[in-house]
Ligand binder design. Structure first.
Ligand SMILES: [Fe+2]
Ligand SMILES: [Fe+2]
Length: 155
């Protein structure tokens, strides 16, 4: 799997969830969709922080120095949202704020960081990241197919 394609697909899924949360009417539906979104973002950010950013840092630490901070800005808002009533004014306010933070972060990753990967990492390094990406969700989350027969140990 192409790691950049994989990460971009997860970005699109997150954007889709934000739209679904806004469109959902029942507070319970908003809360359920939010929990799913937070699970997916946790998995995505964990992979980036543990595997992806360090691979780039090894080449040039300035490439990703802001990325960790941007994740850290989003995380407390996401945790706070988990304790709020779906659709309440505070919920909507936090949702709007975190959506905007994440959208800006995603745009920078896709416009600047991902193109830089192609110039800073060779094909073998990118392929290795792709393998790590595929195995990542399987070790920690149950949302992916449990029927894959090959297993990569968690990093
Ligand atoms: Fe990120
Ligand atoms: Fe990302």
């Amino acid at each position: 799997m192409d790691v950049l394609e994989g990460l971009m697909t997860q970005h699109r899924v997150a954007e889709h969830f934000f739209k679904e949360i806004l469109a959902a009417r029942a507070p319970e539906a908003k809360e359920r969709l939010l929990r799913e979104l937070v699970d997916k973002l946790d998995e995505h950010m964990d992979f980036e922080e543990t595997i992806f950013y360090p691979a780039l840092e090894a080449v040039d630490s300035s490439l990703v120095e802001h990325n960790y901070d941007e994740h850290q800005q989003a995380k407390p808002i996401l945790s706070a949202l988990l304790g709020m009533k779906g659709g309440s004014p505070e919920f909507m306010d936090h949702l709007t704020r975190v959506r905007s933070l994440i959208e800006t972060h995603v745009r920078k990753e896709e416009d600047e960081l991902f193109p830089a990967c192609k110039t800073h990492l060779d094909t073998a390094a990118l392929e290795h990241l792709g393998i790590e990406f595929e195995s990542w969700g399987k070790g920690q989350h149950q949302t992916r197919s449990p029927h894959r027969d090959h297993h990569h140990p968690s990093p």
